[in-house]
Design a protein around this ligand. Sequence first.
Ligand code: NDP
Length: 335
Amino acid sequence: MDRKGRGVGTFKAIRIDKTEAGQTVALGEFDERDLMPGDVTLRPQWSTLNYKDGLAVTGSAPVVRRFPMIAGIDAAGTVETSSHPQWKPGDNVILNGWGCGETHLGAYAQQARVNGDWLVALPRGLSAREAMAIGTAGYTAMLAVMALERAGLAPDRGPVVVTGAAGGVGSVALALLAGLGYHAVAATGRPAEAEYLKGLGAREIIERKELAGPVKPLARERFAGAIDCVGSTTLANVLSMIRYGGCVAACGLAGGMDLPASVAPFILRGVTLAGVDSVMCPQPLRRQAWQRLAESLDRAKLASMTSEIGLGQVIETGRRLLEGKVRGRIVVRIG
Ligand code: NDP
């Protein structure tokens, strides 16, 4: 054992293995020699739990496409060794996506080896823990806000609805929209979380079921825009309720991957449906999103939506997240 309690040449990680009996997941040891190629070796200090991590650690969807895998799509940590021109030992960095935890060994580990082109410098003023309280969920919420802005949305255009509001993306989206002066509407299946959602800046709370009924091609024009974490019938209903010239940023599938919609909102109201992807998002847009998060996300609101777990609780918490029982954001302590 070394001073930090790691076996020499091995480190602790959440491993997903495939055996004849199926997929197994456990907190175990990983051999350094089995790390995948990369020009930067990192020591992750914090990670987080996203919807995709929940899918990976429970095996509920075929997220993992290489075995053995280390789960975890997000890390904030310190560069240990680097042959990449941009990074040197001691640099504080953020890693989001790029297939980590899916096709490349991921972040729930005391060590990670990655491509230096994937990393973003930890913005000044943001701690590694805060960066993971934001995580892919929060950075996706910012990408969604930026997509709405590119489509011309502004606070004076009218209310913006956030679906899946009490989840990770939804919670950060509400805080961001409120901070920018939008009239943010939270759509939730957990009305008991109304006070929490108002605390993040929601001016109105609507029940999830209002967006879950049969879809009309066009419905009453209720919202100027939307950030949708749910997909399926919810997204189709939201599209039918968008005001003339409005925009929906679609980023999630918590309610399903289908989209039972008509083209009516697009061709009769000039509505834009903007797709949001965090995994392969180009670096300039990523850096811009992280910079804006560091500058504008209310830290007190971030703290109010964040709870902390250790590596040993990731698997069980991932199960609860998929059951819709986790509120806001979870940070995972690794260091
Ligand atoms: P969470 O589990 O934290 O939040 C999802 C929320 O969706 C829940 O809290 C719940 O909100 C709502 N919800 C869950 N199940 C249903 C259902 N059957 N019908 C309607 N609403 C439901 O996940 P995240 O916030 O981390 O992620 C949200 C979505 O965004 C996921 O689908 C995820 O895969 C996707 N995502 C996509 C990214 C991208 O790059 N495009 C990046 C990050 C996430 P409530 O209780 O308030 O109703």
